[in-house]
Structures are given as structure tokens and as C-alpha cells.
Design a protein. Structure first.
Length: 281
């Protein structure tokens, strides 16, 4: 976020592979698991090639389950200079876990990622894009610098709150801001709901990539047209964006951002460090 280029775009990839099917679906078949494997076999190499062609750094949120299943993919991500961030061990809905199970998943994920990197990851994204009552305090306890799972803003990272009180018949009483940055997400900026066909009328997917370009470029254009500065977070999955016509969409988005002349791409962890340094001044 410098004066000449006050806008940042964070390309984030949730490398779920098989874990998203095993953790979120009642019946898991070989064909569903093979959709996850596509992310490792095809998606990750294509994404790394495209990012290298444009010299773009990115952030990969990787479940421990994926890192243990496809260690070579994780090594290739790191060798290319991208950030490795925490995405649970299994791909679970945190609100369905007990606090002990959630802590265990967090620790197991940290232990697995610790085999690949010297320093523990500073970023976290909930597998379910949701928190349990315990999540935020766990992230603070384990020293994460940022999270990217919540929705309360669009272009401005913020501090989520601990200890909010609210009910259907009780107005919101705000708790205290946590010492951690939230990089907000949104389903319209996530490739999964746009594209992934789930045999479910509510999750039909299979959008045209032109429609998704209109939405993603539209959010970027609004940011640079209406905000003094900002961070736009795109969420993609190698098993989804890795398809040829969707890789062409991603390249088109990259070119759209670069052609503005006022934005650059950064790893989320680097933006979080910069924001924290600004906070300390
Ligand atoms: Zn995920």
C-alpha cells in the first residue's frame, strides 16, 4: 500500500484437495475424491505457472490433510515463494466440533505445516468460513497475525471482536477487538459457489467464467473508484480454478488489475505485517 499503488489484491488459494469432500459430505465416493485430486495433479501446477509468468506472490491455505497427502505440491508452492497458511487439519465445520476437537485440529495442522516451513504460519482461514465460540480466542492464543474467514467488511482488513453478546431478542453488545487482522471474504469472490456442481439445486455452480469476471472486476473497479486505498481478497481452489477456461478467467483478472496501474498483488501475510507495523507507529 504505497502512495502510487494504494490498492492491493490478495490472490488466495484454498488447496483443499480430498479433505473438502471427506470433511463436508455425508457420502464420499471415488469420483468425488478424484475431483479433489485434480487440484493437486492439474490445478496447482497450472496456478504456479500462471503466477510465475506474471511474477505474482500469493497465499495458499492448506489443510494438514492435504499437506500430508500431497507433500510434493506443498514443496512446489513454497519453492515458488508463495505463503503457506493454516486451513485446519481435516476440512471440518468448526461449529460442529467440540472446543477440544477444534484445538486438536489446530495443533495437528500446525504440526504438519511445521514439517515444511521453519516458522509457524501467521495466517489462518477456517475450513467452513465460520467460527465456533472458541475459534477467535484460539487463534489469538496461538499467535496468528491474521485470519481470513469473516464478512464484516469488503476492502478494509479489521480487528474482529472477542466476547460479543447478541441474541434474537437482545441487541449487539460489542466485545473487545482482538489483536489479529481479519481479511474479509465473500461468496461472490469465491470460485467454489460460482463453479462447483454439487448435485444440489442450491449449489448448482457451473457459471460462465464471463459472469465471474464481471463480478470480480466489478468489485475491483468499485474499490479503486470509491476508496482511497483497499485490499481485495479473491478466494480460489486449485480443483475449481484449475480448469482451462477458468485459468483464462484468472489471467484476465490479473491483467485487469495490472492495467489499472494503481494496484499490486501481495501475499496476505506481507499485507498483515505491514498493517501491524502501521498500528505500532
Ligand atoms: Zn477449504
Amino acid at each position: 500500500m504505497d502512495d502510487e499503488k494504494p490498492y492491493v489484491v490478495c490472490l488466495t488459494f484454498d488447496f483443499d484437495a480430498l479433505s473438502v469432500w471427506l470433511g463436508g459430505y455425508a457420502v464420499v465416493t471415488p469420483a468425488m475424491l478424484s475431483r479433489g485430486e485434480y487440484g493437486a495433479r492439474v490445478g496447482v501446477p497450472r496456478i504456479l505457472d500462471l503466477l510465475a509468468a506474471h511474477d505474482i506472490p500469493a497465499t495458499f491455505f492448506v489443510p494438514g490433510h492435504t499437506a500430508e497427502s500431497f507433500p510434493d505440491s506443498v514443496e512446489s508452492i513454497l519453492q515458488a515463494g508463495h505463503e503457506l497458511a493454516h486451513h485446519g487439519y481435516g476440512h471440518y465445520d468448526l461449529s460442529a466440533q467440540t472446543p477440544d476437537e477444534e484445538r486438536l485440529s489446530l495443533e495437528r495442522g500446525l504440526a504438519v505445516l511445521g514439517r515444511f516451513v521453519a516458522d509457524p504460519p501467521i495466517g489462518y482461514r477456517s475450513p467452513s468460513w465460520d467460527y465456533s465460540a472458541a475459534t477467535l480466542s484460539l487463534l489469538v492464543e496461538y499467535g496468528f497475525l491474521y485470519d481470513s474467514s469473516l464478512f464484516a467488511d469488503d476492502f478494509h482488513p479489521y480487528h474482529p471482536r472477542l466476547g460479543d453478546q447478541v441474541g434474537a431478542d437482545e441487541p449487539l453488545q460489542m466485545g473487545d477487538e482482538a489483536d489479529l487482522w481479519e481479511f474479509p471474504v465473500d461468496f461472490c469472490l469465491d470460485d467454489w459457489p460460482h463453479f462447483t456442481f454439487n448435485f444440489d439445486p442450491l449449489r448448482v455452480g457451473l457459471s460462465a467464467s464471463s459472469k465471474v469476471f464481471e463480478i470480480w472486476a466489478g468489485e475491483f473497479d468499485y474499490m479503486i473508484g470509491h476508496e482511497q486505498s483497499g485490499v481485495l481478497t479473491l478466494t480460489m481452489h486449485p480443483q475449481v480454478i484449475g480448469r482451462g477456461h477458468r485459468m483464462a478467467l484468472l489471467e484476465r483478472v490479473i491483467q485487469h488489475v495490472l492495467s489499472s496501474g494503481s494496484a499490486y498483488f501481495a501475499r496476505m501475510g506481507d499485507v498483515a505485517r505491514e498493517l501491524s507495523a502501521g498500528d505500532a507507529n
